[in-house]
Design a protein around this ligand. Structure first.
Ligand code: PEP
Ligand code: MG
Length: 545
């Protein structure tokens, strides 16, 4: 490889790493020693599946949070006999166990990879993981050993391979991959730098095992065999980043005041209630978004009223009197739930969020009852997702009032919370004043961006276009903030833009003073707020003029 190759990718988990390149090997490359009969092949496959299951069980015991769900999903797939039966039939036709197992899984993996839906595409890594674990057990290759501190290069990385390795000091650059995959999510949670899509321009082809490399996942670039200038630039950027993180962690419990002394409230976004166990409540002003749809997925089916009540109450008690915005289930779109959401061609424009809740009143009423019952445990605010016309708020409020009356007659303790809305559909952002019954607004920059720019948020090939800093999106945010201020209504922003330190100054310039961010970004966002000073006049930000 020529000295100093710069390979562009897309950031998937922020950070910097310096190490030697470790090129992924296919565990199926090791030789499989065939058995002497079809029965022997089937027995070998059964044993390998059991070994893979027990390997995953060990990982589940050590895992936490979302990692547990991912591994349990894989365990369920392995415990289900579908793949084994396909492979056994193939062995019956004379195939070896390793070939039969590949046959059973590869077709399924190809199906997921060919999907237009980024969510399903990203799930192919889970199936590849299952395939390779069993192949590894069959060939005796075991788990791939990645040397400590190296920069892993592969097509994709499986969640359990990620969880089996200690990534301290190292990083990940994937030829394919997706920023919405499970492994990207795990990398962000663990603070492991990662970039994806380095295979796109063909630049990753000449990479060699063992050569030194720099990974800058802030910029989304991998530099193989860097020269002295590139090393020095990398070092300087890395040190700036480390200093910011150190300052951020040290000051995270302090409130965020801008350089002009204005207070900016920083809230946290959560999904599973267990996430609060790892967050110091003193570092935040409350919960700005609890995405309850994650309680509805998985193997457990739809949660009942009591499960939901326990989940909401846990978060309200943790918040210790600080406000907690719990969003009613935003199912559909990129978050389908089998047997509940509707299968449709254009799901982002379809039966999603409040539209689906109003279509399924029995399930919605259960969630409403759980929310009403949990309200006395803290400062609950309820938020409706994907509102596009005022009538949706009226209908939701009517259901809250009806269920409250029923709880009253049943003698069950409850309280009616404030009910606000997500501002993520352009119809709301253009004319927020029409939505007068909303007690508060929270801007969903992820969906607002996709709907304003007509670019699907999960299309990796169009990710450059899906820019929340586009003047059209910022103009709408500015409009919502101005209307909310004039009407004395609270307004915050809880989309991913609030966690992106490059975008925070632009958001503050629109007038926003409440941001809800990912748990790992609390300190960093506060640091950016502290360095920000209001610009007069705002360069490039006269959107509404
Ligand atoms: C958003 O759209 O910005 C948002 C916060 O909601 P979600 O990402 O869950 O759709
Ligand atoms: Mg949204």
């Amino acid at each position: 490889m020529p000295a100093s190759a710069r390979i562009k990718g897309r950031p998937a988990s922020p950070g910097y790493a310096e190490g030697r390149i470790h090129l992924a090997r296919d565990p199926g490359d090791s030789d499989y020693v065939p058995a002497s009969s079809a029965e022997g092949e089937i027995e070998a496959l059964q044993t390998a599946i059991s070994v893979a299951i027990s390997g995953l069980q060990t990982l589940v015991e050590r895992a936490e949070g979302d990692a547990v769900d991912i591994l349990e999903f894989q365990l369920a797939m392995l415990a289900d006999d579908t793949f084994f039966e396909v492979a056994s039939a193939k062995i019956g036709e004379g195939a070896q166990a390793d070939i039969a197992w590949r046959y059973a899984l590869d077709e399924e993996i190809a199906g997921y990879l060919a999907s237009d839906d980024e969510y399903f595409k990203a799930r192919s890594a889970d199936l590849t993981d299952i395939r390779d674990r069993v192949l590894g057990a069959l060939t005796g290759a075991g788990e791939t050993v990645i040397p400590a501190g190296s920069i892993y290069i592969g097509d994709d990385l499986t969640p359990s391979a990620f969880l089996s390795h200690d990534w301290r000091g190292g990083g990940i650059a994937l030829r394919r991959g997706s920023a919405t995959s499970h492994v990207a999510m795990l990398a962000r949670a663990a603070g492991v730098p990662a970039i994806v899509g380095i295979g796109a321009a063909g630049g990753a082809e000449g990479l060699e095992d063992g050569v030194s490399a720099l990974l800058d996942s802030e910029q989304g670039v991998l530099i193989a065999e860097p020269d002295a200038k590139e090393r020095a630039e990398f070092q300087a950027a890395y040190e700036r980043y480390l200093k910011t993180i150190r300052d951020a962690d040290r000051n995270a419990v302090q409130p965020a005041l801008t350089a002009d002394g204005e207070r900016v409230e920083i809230f946290v976004n959560i999904a599973d209630p267990s996430e609060v166990d790892a967050i110091d409540v003193a570092t935040v002003d409350g919960v700005g978004l609890m995405r309850t749809e994650f309680l509805f997925g998985g193997d457990r089916g739809l949660p009942d009223e009591d499960d939901q009540y326990a989940a909401y109450r846990k978060v309200l008690e943790w918040a210790d009197g600080k406000p907690v915005i719990i969003r009613t289930a935003d199912i559909g779109g990129d978050k389908p739930i089998e047997g509940y959401s509707v299968e449709e061609d254009n799901s982002f424009l379809g039966m999603r969020g409040i539209r689906l809740s109003l279509r399924r009143p029995a399930v919605f009423r259960q969630q409403i009852r759980a929310l009403l019952r949990s309200a006395p445990s803290g400062r609950l605010k309820v938020m409706l997702p994907m509102v596009s016309v005022p009538d949706e708020i009226d209908r939701a409020i009517a259901l809250f009032e009806e269920e409250a009356r029923l709880l009253e007659t049943e003698g069950v303790e409850h309280a009616i919370p404030e009910i606000g809305i997500m501002v993520e559909v352009p119809s709301v952002a253009v004319q927020p004043a029409r939505f007068a019954r909303a007690a508060f607004f929270s801007i969903g920059s992820n969906d607002l961006t996709q709907y304003v720019l007509a670019v699907s948020r999960d299309n990796a090939d169009l990710s450059e276009l899906a820019d929340p800093a586009d003047p059209s999106v910022l103009a709408l945010i500015e409009n919502v903030v101005a209307v909310a201020r004039a009407q004395n209504r609270e307004v915050s922003l809880c989309g991913d833009a609030a966690s992106d330190t490059r975008l925070v100054p632009l958001l503050l310039q629109t007038g926003l003073r409440k941001l809800s961010v990912a748990a790992s970004r609390i300190g960093m966002v506060k640091e950016v707020v502290r360095q920000w000073r209001k610009a007069e006049p705002a360069p490039g930000l006269r959107h509404t003029a």
